[in-house]
Design a protein around this ligand. Structure first.
Ligand SMILES: C[S@@+](CC[C@H](N)C(=O)[O-])C[C@H]1O[C@@H](n2cnc3c(N)ncnc32)[C@H](O)[C@@H]1O
Length: 253
């Protein structure tokens, strides 16, 4: 899939994946508070709605990391408008090439982006970056039913074969040496209000230009297939927030 076409479709939208400020806040409420001056990363931050919620709530510096500079520019602009510039930093960098010192990061946040590395790979790599007791919070698409409909299974076999259940991700996290502090499903409204609804409006505006842009037309067609599937099978799968901790050193609080 063409990255340029993807960015054409998504740049300027409120979010680039399912989520809401309320769900980000709910995840934060379920965590122990990070210490002052914590090193906090939002990996695959896009235009950074979660980054700004973290900065606003924690009042500590949050670094939004993404490979697409225009998303980061939008994040920096929105943070400045809100008076949050001192708390929001951006870095245009791939999550595959993070250069933080091992054991230095207090909190890694990643909504809707962990699929880029794959959950297993990300759990392994990011644990090295976290300090003992450090937190990893991410969302990922997850089967919510034990026996999902065949059409949804066939779709994900093509688009995201690594999709699994909450229990399986919990086991994976524990095998990688994390404590699973909590996990909860995002409401279906988190897919529509700030994601699919603006995306559908964007597609309607782009539709007259698609005949001349075959790559964009391909991205639009596959996005519409994805949205149609969720309209029909939202009980079978959804986004889940996973709240993990790298165990503290023995004797530490
Ligand atoms: C589904 S969007 C989620 C964006 C944001 N976290 C949100 O919840 O709205 C995935 C993001 O990952 C970014 N991304 C893709 N590959 C990446 C990589 N290798 N390193 C860093 N970010 C990447 C994309 O540019 C995009 O902004």
């Amino acid at each position: 899939m063409s990255l340029d076409a993807l960015f054409t479709l998504f740049t300027g939208l409120p979010r680039q994946g399912p989520g809401s400020d309320e769900s980000t806040l709910e995840a934060l409420r379920r965590l122990p508070s990070p210490q002052k001056d914590a090193l906090v990363l939002d990996i695959g931050c896009g235009t950074g709605r979660p980054t700004r919620v973290l900065a606003r709530t924690l009042r500590t510096r949050v670094t939004g990391i993404d490979i697409h500079q225009p998303y980061l520019d939008e994040l920096a602009r929105a943070a400045a408008q809100e008076g949050l510039s001192e708390f929001v930093e951006t870095r245009c960098r791939s999550m595959e090439a993070l250069d933080y010192a091992p054991g230095s990061v207090d909190l890694i946040w990643s909504e809707g982006a962990i699929f880029v590395l794959g959950v297993a790979q990300a759990l392994r790599r990011w644990k090295t970056l976290l300090r003992p007791g450090g937190l990893l919070v991410f969302t990922d698409v997850t089967w919510l039913e034990a026996d999902p409909p065949a059409e949804a299974v066939a779709f994900f076999a093509q688009e995201y074969p690594a999709i699994t259940t909450l229990e399986e991700n919990r086991r994976l996290a524990e095998c990688e040496g994390y404590e699973v502090l909590d996990a909860f499903s995002l409401p279906a409204a988190d897919w529509y209000k700030e994601y699919y609804t603006p995306l559908r409006e964007r597609i309607a505006r782009l539709r007259p230009t698609l005949a001349a842009q075959p790559e964009l037309a391909g991205v639009v067609a596959s996005t519409e297939r994805e949205m149609d599937l969720f309209d029909r099978f939202s009980a079978a799968y959804g986004y889940v927030f996973y709240l993990l901790r790298k165990p503290p050193l023995p004797g530490a609080a």
